[in-house]
Design a protein around this ligand. Structure first.
Ligand code: PLP
Length: 431
């Protein structure tokens, strides 16, 4: 006897939320491991390899990188509680739901936050950051919190410019960066930008299920951790670093995810980090062509300097509820688009274009979004988004160059930390 169950939906679900992202088969298989003794003499081989790979991914030689069994939010908490003391002041621009949530967390944990409110759709306000730091002559501000890629609005901020603003203001504040939806997709340079704490999660650029909160801490952040008095226990960075140094964890690590991480790092380095970033740029440009040239709609991001290569928040016409587009896409076409969050709820739907993706996969999302928009009464020209993306991507192949101010060469950066890994031919897009 069969129980009453929902009818089977044939075919693949098109997962285009900006995380969790599609987990490649290779990573899925790598996670199917029997459990083992995480205190065995062989276990440190895995830990050492992950640390080397994460160091290369974050572009750091000096930071300590740890993985907590948590989502990105746990790594946010670890960043704050390990380096600050109750009542400490931090400076944070707010321009979307994720910058907002980090600020709210800091307040709940007992820190004071000087908020620089910006319009949602703008990026971190460099001059205002500099000004706020200059005004703080007593150096009360202990850290600047910056969300590299605001996933709610599809906005990428210039972390190097934030670093310069801190330097120009001659302020000793630490720089904390949320790289949850940028690291592994958009270039991130921990050492070069002198980022003190970088936060990441497993379920976006790293192509893994949710469950790993990754935190990289500079030597300055580690020094701050030695004197900061906020309470922490499970997320104690110093304890984790101490255990990791011997190849172990202070508690049972999420073994399957760690094996998945080993595989996903291998995949990123086989493709080459520069090629991964160029692919994300290339795919994002196609989506932006679909939105602007095809559908004649606008992005939530207010200017090209802020366009995100990992997520596009598409503004729907007045009088339409974007949540309906998302629901129709999901129910009729088995396509998951990202919701508009908080202030932009009902105003935008989001297309995540990050992780293990190619042009034709993204075409499914563009076509599905277009069909759902037509179904709810948005007057886009049928096929226009697909045509615009196709023209853009085909043009890139034919002419072998990037339009629209994109001068990033489509070349591969060979892995140094993974010399043993088999390298594939350079994935140049020029035919
Ligand atoms: N920061 C950013 C930029 C995010 O996009 C997210 C989640 O989407 C988070 C933080 C929170 O991470 P998590 O949901 O993994 O806790």
């Amino acid at each position: 006897m069969h129980h009453a169950v929902a009818p089977r939906i044939a075919g693949r679900n098109f997962l285009f939320v900006p995380g969790p992202t599609n987990v490649p088969d290779r990573v899925q298989r790598a996670m199917m491991v029997p459990m083992e003794d995480h205190r065995s003499s062989r276990f440190p081989e895995l830990t050492a390899r992950l640390r080397a790979g994460l160091g290369e991914l974050f572009k750091t030689r000096s930071a300590q990188i740890v993985t907590f069994p948590s989502s990105g939010t746990g790594a946010w908490e670890a960043a704050l509680t390990n380096t600050l003391s109750t009542g400490d002041l931090v400076l944070a621009p707010r321009f979307g739901q994720f910058s907002h949530l980090w600020i709210e967390m800091a307040r709940k944990l007992g820190f004071e936050v000087q908020v620089l409110d910006c319009e949602w759709g703008e990026g971190a306000p460099i001059e205002r950051i500099e000004q706020a730091l200059r005004t703080d002559t007593q150096h009360r501000i202990k850290a600047v919190l910056a969300c590299h890629n605001e996933t709610a609005t599809g906005v990428t901020s210039d972390v190097a410019a934030i670093r310069s603003a801190i330097d120009v203001a001659r302020h000793p504040a630490l720089l904390f960066v949320d790289g949850v939806s940028s690291i592994g997709c958009i270039d991130f340079r921990m050492d070069e930008w002198r980022v003190d704490l970088a936060v990441c999660g497993s379920q976006k650029g790293l192509m893994l299920p949710p469950g790993l909160g990754i935190l990289a801490a500079s030597p300055r952040a580690m020094t701050a951790a030695s004197t900061a008095t906020s309470r922490r226990c499970y997320f104690d960075l110093t304890e984790m670093v101490k255990a990791n140094a011997t190849g172990y964890f202070p508690y049972t690590p999420p073994l399957s995810l760690l094996y998945g991480l080993r595989e996903s790092l291998d995949m990123l380095f086989e493709e080459g980090l520069d090629a991964v970033f160029a692919r994300h740029r290339h795919l994002a440009q196609g989506v932006r062509a679909a939105v602007a040239e095809g559908w004649k709609l606008t992005l939530c991001a207010k200017g090209p300097q802020w366009y995100s290569d990992t997520v596009s928040a598409v503004v729907v016409p007045e009088g339409i509820d974007a949540a309906r587009v998302i629901d129709v896409a999901f129910r009729r076409y088995d396509l998951a688009l990202g919701a508009g969050l908080s202030k932009v709820g009902g105003r935008v739907f989001r297309i995540g274009h990050l992780g293990d993706l190619n042009e034709l996969m993204l075409m499914g999302a563009i076509a599905g979004a277009e069909m759902a928009m037509l179904d709810v009464g948005i007057h886009v020209t049928p096929g226009s988004g697909v045509a615009a993306a196709s023209n853009y991507w085909r043009g890139q192949r034919r002419f072998g160059k990037q339009k629209g101010g994109n001068d990033q060469p489509l070349v591969e950066m060979r892995s140094k930390a993974y010399p043993g890994v088999r390298q594939q031919a350079s994935p140049t897009l020029v035919q």
